[in-house]
Design a protein around this ligand. Sequence first.
Ligand code: SAH
Length: 391
Amino acid sequence: MNYLHIKKNRDRLSKNFHPWVYSGALIENLELEPGEIVKVYDEDNKFIAYGFYNPFSKIALRLCEWNENKKIDVNWFKEKIEEAILYRNMLDIKEKTDSFRLIFSEADYLPGLIVDKFGEFLTIQVSTKGIERYINIIIDILVGLLKPQGIYLKIDEEMKEKEKLTLKDSIIYGKIPEEIEIEENEVKYLVNLIEGQKTGFFIDQRVNREKIRKYSKNKEVLDVFCYSGGFSLNSGKAGAKNITSIDSSKIALNILEKNFQLNKLPVPEIICGNAFEILRSLGKENKKFDLIILDPPKLSKKESDKEKALRAYKDLNMQALKIIKNSGILFSFSCSGNISREDLKKVIAWASIDSGRKVSIIENLFQSEDHPIRLSYPESEYLKGFVCYVY
Ligand code: SAH
């Protein structure tokens, strides 16, 4: 097995089980096969971990195993996958839904591998060269353990360039119907695994979609960035007075409409377009809502986006605060990895000042528990949210 050394002043995080090593922290610049598993040492030749090496990536090493006695082979992959599944089996998710995240990348010690289960089907999202290299082994293990009817392989668009990934989106096992029906907390959803965004459905919001119910009864609800209607449907189920759902994707809104019909709920008012502009025009029309959900896409993808993204989050929250009734509720989220919980709180505070509304945070919101937050890898906490009381 090939090996690499991490520079003395750059090895602290790696020794504390953080998975990422930047290329500048490495002593050697070896011509290894992209994705190859290597043994990693400190400058004094003390073993640190095993990791996947990618000479093309800024994150040149992704560490995955800190026990030197392990062999990183088929059995190791199987063990990691089984551990991830075991954790999900321990939770009560299966009583609530047939669809959840089985493997959450670095948080499950498989850097670059996301596996979501949708009923009898799986989607695999690959975002690193290491996982790409071993994908066939991974698929065999998943088929052996879970016996899915089909597996859809997706390549992470954002990471494709950065990692120089060569695989393409494809049905990699069995059959995938155009649309499948899943159920979450007694709400049915149609999911298009092939055309849908991300892995087809935003399962990370499951706990928060359930939470919206207790704030929805008899309320006028505005669901901004609604996708296929996750929050809207749960508000409807809980007896909202009326619902307005906004998204820029026609495909998502078509599914939303079908989802309401599937659940025998009255179809909400649907607005297709840019949420930033629509919020402004709702303000101009003097429209008011009791409950607003802001669940924007990742507005900050890299460090250089952050300042601009903070302003965008602030703008969204300010426009929303302007059209919330007294004693109203705002669910405000960010799924940008580099926007912290404190950052989000800060922009809501700015928005509160500039809109002249009083805001109290009454609940903290997180990604669902099938997306564990690994303490040695704080980046795994990517979805942050607050329930705000506005008066
Ligand atoms: N709340 C949803 C998930 C939202 S994902 C759920 O629970 O399922 C973010 C959504 O924002 C996507 O549906 C995407 O189509 C939409 N979107 C992205 N940019 C937008 C914009 N500028 N205006 C309106 N919608 C936008």
